[in-house]
Ligand binder design. Structure first.
Ligand SMILES: Cc1cc2nc3c(=O)[nH]c(=O)nc-3n(C[C@H](O)[C@H](O)[C@H](O)COP(=O)(O)OP(=O)(O)OC[C@H]3O[C@@H](n4cnc5c(N)ncnc54)[C@H](O)[C@@H]3O)c2cc1C
Length: 392
C-alpha cells in the first residue's frame, strides 16, 4: 500500500486526505495544533460562508489570478461545494447576496462529520505533530510529543495555510523550510484586512458604530458595503474588499451620499444656515448620521468653500492595512510558477501544495474556503495518480 502524508489539518489538507484515502493510499495527516481545523472553526464563528452561489465563470472572476489552481476550482465549483457539505449531512442555504452557509451557520457540526468520515476511511490524524523540515534520507521530520519523528511517504501534500491568526496554527513559519529548499516564494501580505487609521480623540464617541450608505472609490472601481469604525481604524466587509487596492497604494475616496447627485448636495447645503452651527447645518442639510458626520469632520476639516464636492469625494486617509496576523487571509506563499498543473512542486517531485499557502487572492464571500477545498481535492487527486504511476 502506498503511503501518503498530508501536512496541515485545515480544509485544504482534510480534503486532500479524503481524496488520497478514497484512492486506496494509506494516509497520515500531521497537524501541529492539538486539534485539526481550528481556523475553519473560527471562520464559522460569524457564520461559515462556504461558497458563493454563482455560475462558474462569475465565481472564477473573483480570484485575482489562480494560475494552476484555476483548473482545481473549475473542477470543484460552488455547486460541488454545496453537494459536498450535503453529503456530510449538513444542509446549506443561499442568502440574499448569494453567499452559501450551512443551516446551522457554524463550522463545528460540519467538521465533526468530516473528521468522522475521514476516520471511517482509515485516515490517521496525528495532532501536536509540527513539521520542522527534512532530515536524513530526505524524510519529513516532525517535533511530536514523543520527540523527533521522521516519515518517508511515497507522496506528500503540504496544506499549511497562510500567515494570519498564528494562534490557530496558521503561522507561516513553514515558509523558511520551503525557501531553504529553493522553492520560489512570494512575501506574505494581509488580504481581507481592516484599515489602520490614527484617529483623533474626537472619533472615540463613534467607535463601534456601523457606517452604512457610503461608497468608496479607488482605481476606477466603486465599492459599496458596510463597515465599522473601530478603535484601530475601519473594519468589515466593505473595507476588506479594498485590500488589493491598498496593497498597490491606490488612493481611496469616500462618497458619503452615493445616492444623491452632486447638485442635490449643493442645493441642500445652500439652504439658509440661520443661527445653527456649521456642524449642525451640515448634519441636518444632508441628514448625516453620527458615523458619517464624524468621518466628514475627521477627514474633511477644515471644511473648504466647496463642501458639497468634498462630501462626495472625501479622501480616506489611512495608515495601511491592519497587521498580517489580524487578516482574514493572506497573499504570498508558494509562487504559482513553482507548481505544475497538478499542484506538484516542480522542483520537488512527489510533493504537492494546496490551500491558502499558495499565492492567490480572493475576497470574502466563500471564495477562500472554496479555493482551499478545490485545491486540496485537486492536489490529493494528482498525488494519488503520482503514487500509482510508479514514479515514486
Ligand atoms: C475570522 C476568520 C473568518 C473567516 N471566515 C471565512 C468564511 O466565512 N468563508 C471563507 O471562505 N473563508 C473564511 N476565512 C478564511 C478561511 O478560514 C481560510 O482561508 C482557510 O481556513 C484556509 O484553509 P487552509 O487549509 O489552506 O489553511 P488553514 O485552515 O490555515 O490550515 C492550515 C493548518 O496547517 C497547520 N500547520 C501549519 N504549519 C504547520 C507545521 N509546521 N506542521 C504541522 N501543521 C502545520 C496549521 O496548524 C493549520 O491547522 C476566515 C478566516 C478567519 C481568520
Amino acid at each position: 500500500m502506498k503511503q501518503a502524508l498530508v501536512i496541515g489539518g485545515g480544509p485544504a489538507g482534510l480534503m486532500a486526505a479524503g481524496e488520497l484515502a478514497r484512492a486506496g493510499l494509506s494516509v497520515v495527516v500531521a497537524e501541529q495544533m492539538p486539534t485539526a481545523g481550528r481556523k475553519f472553526l473560527m471562520a464559522g464563528k460569524s457564520g461559515l460562508n462556504l461558497t458563493m452561489d454563482a455560475p462558474q465563470d462569475q465565481l472564477l472572476a473573483q480570484y485575482g489570478g489562480l494560475g494552476p489552481l484555476d483548473a482545481a476550482v473549475r473542477g470543484f465549483d460552488s455547486a460541488a461545494v454545496k453537494e459536498w457539505a450535503q453529503g456530510l449531512g449538513q444542509d446549506v442555504f443561499t442568502g440574499s447576496t448569494g453567499r452559501v452557509f450551512p443551516v446551522t451557520m457554524k463550522a463545528s457540526p460540519l467538521l465533526r462529520a468530516w473528521l468522522g468520515d475521514l476516520t471511517a476511511l482509515g485516515v490517521d490524524i496525528r495532532t501536536r505533530w509540527r513539521w520542522t523540515g527534512w532530515g536524513e534520507g530526505d524524510g519529513f521530520t516532525f517535533a511530536t510529543p514523543d520527540g523527533a519523528v521522521s516519515l518517508f511517504p511515497d507522496v506528500c501534500v503540504l496544506a499549511l495555510g497562510g500567515a494570519s491568526w498564528a494562534r490557530l496554527g496558521s503561522d507561516g513559519k513553514w515558509a523558511d523550510i520551503l525557501t531553504g529548499r529553493g522553492i520560489a516564494m512570494q512575501p506574505f501580505a494581509p488580504s481581507n484586512a481592516g484599515l489602520s487609521v490614527p484617529w483623533s480623540h474626537a472619533m472615540e464617541r463613534v467607535f463601534g458604530q456601523p457606517v452604512k450608505n457610503v461608497a468608496i472609490h479607488g482605481d476606477g472601481q466603486i465599492f459599496r458595503g458596510e463597515f465599522v469604525i473601530s478603535r484601530h481604524g475601519l473594519e468589515g466587509g466593505g473595507i476588506y474588499a479594498l485590500s488589493p487596492l491598498v496593497r498597490r497604494g491606490v488612493e481611496l475616496r469616500l462618497d458619503l451620499l452615493p445616492d444623491w447627485p452632486l447638485e442635490k448636495v449643493v442645493q441642500r447645503l445652500a439652504r439658509p444656515q440661520g443661527k445653527t452651527s456649521l456642524t449642525n447645518h451640515v448634519r441636518k442639510a444632508m441628514r448625516l448620521d453620527p458615523a458619517r458626520l464624524a468621518l466628514l469632520q475627521e477627514f474633511g476639516r477644515p471644511f473648504p468653500a466647496d463642501l458639497a464636492r468634498l462630501v462626495k469625494n472625501l479622501p480616506l486617509r489611512h495608515g495601511g492595512l491592519r497587521p498580517l496576523d489580524e487578516a482574514i487571509s493572506t497573499v504570498g506563499g508558494v509562487a504559482t510558477g513553482a507548481l505544475d498543473a497538478g499542484l506538484m512542486l516542480r522542483d520537488w517531485p512527489g510533493v504537492f501544495v494546496a490551500g491558502e499557502m499558495v499565492d492567490w487572492d480572493a475576497p470574502t464571500g466563500g471564495y477562500l474556503i472554496t479555493g482551499c477545498l478545490a485545491s486540496g481535492l485537486w492536489a490529493g487527486h494528482h498525488a494519488a495518480a503520482f503514487a500509482r504511476s510508479g514514479r515514486v
